[in-house]
Every structure is written in C-alpha cells, then in structure tokens.
Design a protein around this ligand. Structure first.
Ligand code: TXA
Ligand code: MG
Length: 326
C-alpha cells in the first residue's frame, strides 16, 4: 500500500520517513514531487538514484515561507517582490546561495549541483505545507517521474513509474498540472529559465520589465537542465499542430475535435485537453492525457494547435519538448 490517504497518522509517518533520510512522494499544486531532506546528502542521493537523473541536474528546495527561504538564499529587491506577490505558489526563484556557518543546516552541493545559487519554492498545496511544517527542514523535490518521462500529476502516475519503492501521499490530482515557472534572479535582468504554471506576463507585471532569456545555453552544462529538449517525452512520437490524422495515430485534441476527426475513416483514440479551448483546463490535463494515450502504443500522438499565449506558452513548451524528445 504505497499510496497513503492524507490522515494525521499518515502525515506523521511520512514526516518521520523524511526525517530519517528516506524518500516520499508528495502532492504540490503543480506536480507530484519526490521529496527528501534537502540538508541530508545521503537522502538526496536516493532521489537521483530513484529517478535515474543525471547528476548535474540541480534540485528545487521547498520551504514553508519566505522567511525560511531567506535563511538559504539572498533575495534582492526583484526576488523579494516576486516572492511577496506569488508565494506560496507555482514560482521557483534561483537566488545566490547563503553559505551557512552551521554544518547541520546546509544545502549540500549535491542539491545545487555545485552551483553558487539555489532554487527555492514555497508551495501552496495544503498537504505539502503540512509535511514541511512537521519535517521542519527544507525538502528537495524534483517532479516524481523517472528522468526524462512526463511529470506525474496524479498519485497513480507516481506508482506507475516507481511501484512501491516509497510512500506516496495521496492528494488526488494536482490543481495546476504543470511545473512551476523558474526565474533566475542572479542576473541583472531576471531570466526566465523555465516557463510553467505562472504565466510570463504575471511575473513581468511585478518586475515592470520583460524577463531575459537564457544566453547561449550550452547543452553540456545547461543552467536549468530541465530545459534539455529530451525532457517530458512519452514513448510515442508526438506530432504538433496536426490538422489531419495519419493511420495508427492517437489524437490529443484542443477545442472542437470534430474539425480533425472528420478527415480519417477510422475512429482514433482521442483525449481532449479542453473541449471549450480553456488553457487552464488544458494545462491540468496535459501530462495525464499524454500518459493515457501513450499507454495505447499509437504510431504517434497527433496534437491539435494550441495558442501560445498565457498558460499556452508553457503548454507549447512541454509539447515541443515531447515532440523533440525521442
Ligand atoms: O513545480 C515544480 O517545480 C516541481 C514541484 C515538485 O515543485 N518540481 C520540479 O522539479 O519540476 P524538477 O527537478 O523536475 O525541475 C527543477 C528544475 C530543473 O530544470 C533544474 O535544472 C532547475 O530547476 N534548477 C534547480 N536548481 C537550479 C539552480 N541553482 N540554477 C538553475 N536552475 C536550477
Ligand atoms: Mg522534472
């Protein structure tokens, strides 16, 4: 029984598991996280081993509030403004790491992949908050999927990737369904490292200026290795902006699917991200529907066009990675 109901006894058991240096999968408002005590290198190593994750890919630490975040990172005016406006929520800030004098409460190199910065997020999910309070330490947590696979937005996805290797706290489906937006505040102009559940416009409104884009990203040592193209890939090839269907393809629709379904003379397996063309609903359904269609082993997954504005920018980003990823 790796999937645990969120009872007080189970929350205590999961907090004890984490404090003892073991892993647990936890719900957040974005996606499920595979959590470990971020101050314990042996515990963090278990995340990398479980995920099969390249060692150079650093992890986000999750803390209950901005005051705790400030123990670990140096927040300039821009980082502080973003944190005040959007924490708790789907925003990760990369800030200079505060090297601590104490040896018991440091974020080890393994979490930061040796970088002089640290990525910090204050999640909004009430169960994640409850566990953070009980553990009393920052939690390192990448998305709870095997490395390169699509993120898990449901406890069943975590179990499908990992079996019963560690407890999974059941928070039902994630309310947002896309990873956090990552903004690097160590650059003169804050840099958008990963577009996610917080739309770009929301951050730019607070900053009063456009976000910078990463400069000349070197694929061998990427600044946000989650930006590697091969991430978020299902097994099946993904074909974007489909306006017709090839034989054997499954359809990932958006809006009125009849337009495209009128063309083939067979009925393909179909999932609709949002029949009413609502981008928030599409974000919520994206990873679950990619997984469901992939499980049917189609020759490809054909995806209807999705407008790349607001949340559509993050959806388009994940889909283009899925398409490029094999
Ligand atoms: O919504 C989310 O952010 C989820 C939930 C569980 O919080 N977490 C998540 O983590 O998506 P993960 O490990 O899949 O993605 C973390 C990204 C990676 O692309 C990593 O390279 C980047 O954050 N990152 C972490 N620390 C960094 C740092 N110091 N500098 C630049 N990028 C960093
Ligand atoms: Mg991930």
């Amino acid at each position: 029984m790796p999937v645990l109901a969120p009872t007080p006894a189970n929350l205590q058991a999961i907090a004890a598991t984490l404090r003892a240096g073991n892993l647990a999968a936890l719900p957040t408002e974005t996606v499920y996280g595979l959590a470990a005590d971020a101050t314990n290198p042996a515990a963090v190593l278990k995340i990398y081993q479980a995920k099969g994750r390249p060692r150079f890919n650093p992890l986000i630490i999750h803390v209950p509030d901005l005051a705790t975040a400030q123990q670990y990172g140096a927040f300039n005016a821009q980082a502080t403004a973003l944190a005040h406006t959007y924490w708790p929520g789907p925003l990760t800030l990369v800030v200079p790491y505060n090297y601590q004098p104490s040896t018991t409460n440091q974020i080890p190199d393994l979490v930061r992949a040796g970088l002089p910065s640290v990525a910090i997020r204050v999640p909004a999910h009430s169960l994640m908050q409850a566990v953070l309070q009980q553990v009393g330490r920052p939690l390192a947590a990448p998305s709870a999927n095997r490395s390169g696979h699509v993120s898990a937005t449901h406890p069943g996805h975590v179990a499908a990737d990992f079996g019963s290797d560690f407890p999974i706290l059941n928070g039902g489906p994630c309310p947002l369904g896309l990873e956090s937006t990552i903004i690097d505040c160590t650059t003169a102009t804050p840099t958008l490292l990963r577009i996610g559940a917080l739309p770009r416009e929301a951050a730019e409104r607070v900053l009063g200026q456009p976000l910078a884009l990463p400069q000349g990203t070197d694929p061998a040592s990427p600044k946000a290795p989650g930006m590697l193209l091969k991430h978020y890939a299902p097994q099946a090839p993904v074909r974007l902006n489909a306006t017709h269907l090839e034989p054997g393809e499954a359809l990932l629709a958006f809006g009125d699917a009849q337009k495209i379904l009128a063309t083939p003379n067979h009925q393909p397996p179909t999932k609709n991200l949002s029949p009413t063309a609502d981008l928030a609903e599409a974000a919520l359904n994206l990873f679950a529907m990619l997984r469901e269609l992939d499980a049917l082993h189609p020759t490809a997954i054909a995806v209807m066009p999705i407008p790349p504005t607001g949340l559509g920018e993050a959806i388009a980003d994940r889909l283009s990675r899925a398409a490029a990823g094999r």
